[in-house]
Design a protein around this ligand. Structure first.
Ligand SMILES: Cc1cc2nc3c(=O)[nH]c(=O)nc-3n(C[C@H](O)[C@H](O)[C@H](O)COP(=O)(O)OP(=O)(O)OC[C@H]3O[C@@H](n4cnc5c(N)ncnc54)[C@H](O)[C@@H]3O)c2cc1C
Length: 447
């Protein structure tokens, strides 16, 4: 048996995983297919290439969940954050980087690490049975041969080639004096959905706003990927006829607005999105509207006037597995525990989130290879909140990629909740205190 840790994919997640494991005294073989074979988005042969924006988003750890994640990763010895900080460009409160300097620094760190061997090759099937421990970190544009092998092993329903993300709303921002809880025909528990009613004038205005709103175009290579008809954006449905949405995701059948005592003209439904009940997705509302337009248009829906969005809708080419169904709490494939997944392919979204899951996968795999315990980070940390969401918190039936956000963290104790405006700061402070404790425990276990 080959006792090296084999990592497939040297993107944001694979690079971070390789570094985390090698720093934990494990020998790593990193398989990266570029430049032998490239993806539709990558341009170079460097590790951790940023394929689009050069921003890691907000670096404000006191008020922004991705800022908390940055800070936790710094404390956990992240290579990605170290290189980002060293190649930082002025960008207000955001962490933006010089992309060439950033990926050159990552490449040099990996190439010069005594415990990392680099192989430039595509892995075109399930990893060799000889490899005791593997991390698949091949990202949203996983090569077709490997994607097909994963799909054949995990099943049709467990690997997606597109994300179809409906906007997700923070529950506390929904006006429940207008919206009400009810399932269609009172099925299930009878009150599983939040319903926002529209009268005819409101519905007509909403359709007009959808049609007028500015959209993001598909990239040329995205239009050739199948599965698109099955998850049409709402603006495309609206363009097919004024009543298409009213007979589709906005149909009011089986519902009665308690304040009117009758069925509304149309309805927008929200379904619980995480076990904590803090996040609710708008059912069937995947959209390519530009983000500003989405916020403006969705806030015309009665009950959502003050909606705050945990994430906005989108539709992209994106290969990802159904993590809540397939993976255990340490990112291992339940059916083949020697294989872990990391990065965007696990259903997180974004450079930082992908690297964060790489960091965890690298640490878990290293601990396992060294026969040491690997306690996952507590859910009160950003690392733990993200990990818990993809492995157990999210509903496997509606699983779609997710950014880190404060809705993924457990709420504060009642006494702290009362402090209202400081809520995010308190969650962030708790996260950093808890991550320190977790890192301390992990260090002690490794000694
Ligand atoms: C077009 C596009 C634009 C994006 N823009 C942004 C953005 O602006 N901001 C943001 O935060 N996120 C963005 N993302 C989302 C995501 O955060 C990034 O894709 C991020 O790079 C994901 O990290 P990763 O390590 O999971 O995958 P990647 O960084 O894509 O790394 C995967 C690596 O695996 C390699 N690989 C693939 N298949 C194989 C194989 N079979 N064998 C060996 N190697 C293989 C690839 O060459 C690649 O180097 C974008 C995604 C796409 C597709």
């Amino acid at each position: 048996m080959d006792r090296n840790l084999h990592i497939i994919g040297g993107g944001l997640a694979g690079s971070e995983a390789a570094w985390a494991a090698a720093q934990n005294s494990v020998s790593v073989v990193l398989h990266e297919m570029r430049p032998v074979r490239s993806t539709e988005a990558h341009r170079t042969d460097r590790f951790a290439e940023l394929v689009c924006s050069n921003s890691f988003r907000s670096d404000d750890w006191e008020n922004n969940a991705v800022g908390v994640l940055h800070e936790e990763m710094r404390r956990a010895g992240s290579l990605i954050l170290r290189a980002a900080d060293a190649n930082r460009l002025p960008a207000g409160g955001a962490l933006a980087v010089d992309r060439d300097g950033f990926s050159a620094e990552i490449s040099s760190a990996l190439e010069n690490h005594p415990r990392i061997e680099i192989r430039r090759e595509e892995i075109d099937g399930l990893p060799s049975a000889e490899w005791a421990s593997v991390i698949i970190a091949t990202g949203p544009l996983t090569s077709p041969a490997l994607a097909e092998a994963i799909r054949a092993h995990t099943g049709e329903e467990s690997l997606s080639f597109f994300d179809a993300i409906a906007p997700i709303v923070h529950r506390e921002s929904i006006d429940m004096s207008i919206a009400w809880m009810q399932s269609r025909y009172d099925k299930g528990d009878g009150a599983d959905y939040i319903n926002c009613p529209l009268d005819e004038a409101q519905y007509t205005a909403f359709i007009a706003a959808l049609l007028a709103g500015e959209k993001t175009e598909f990239k040329e290579w995205e239009t050739s990927t199948p599965y698109f008809e099955g998850c049409l954006p709402i603006e495309v449905m609206a363009a097919r006829g004024i009543d298409t949405l009213r007979f589709g995701p906005m149909k009011p059948v089986g519902l009665s607005d308690p304040r009117q005592g009758r069925r509304p003209y149309a309805v927008v439904q929200l379904r619980q999105d995480n076990a904590l009940g803090t996040l609710w997705n708008i059912v069937g509302f995947q959209t390519k509207l530009k983000h500003g337009e989405q916020i403006r248009t969705l806030r015309t829906i009665p009950g959502l006037e003050n909606a705050s969005f945990a994430r906005l809708g989108g539709l992209h080419r994106n290969t990802f597995v159904n993590s809540p169904r397939l993976l255990d709490g340490e990112l291992r494939l339940k059916s083949r525990p020697r294989i872990r997944f990391a990065g965007q392919i696990t259903g997180v979204e974004g450079y930082v989130e992908s690297a964060a899951i790489g960091l965890l996968a690298g640490r878990f795999a290293a601990a396992e290879l060294r026969d040491q315990p690997a306690a996952p980070p507590p859910q009160t940390t950003a690392l733990g909140a993200l990990l818990t969401h993809i492995t157990t918190g999210a509903d496997e039936k509606t699983f779609q990629p997710m950014n880190v956000n404060f809705g993924l963290f457990p709420d504060l104790p009642a006494a702290d909740r009362a402090r209202g405006r400081d809520r995010k700061k308190l969650i962030a402070q708790r996260a950093l205190a808890d991550v320190e404790q977790w890192l301390g425990l992990s260090r002690a276990a490794a000694e």
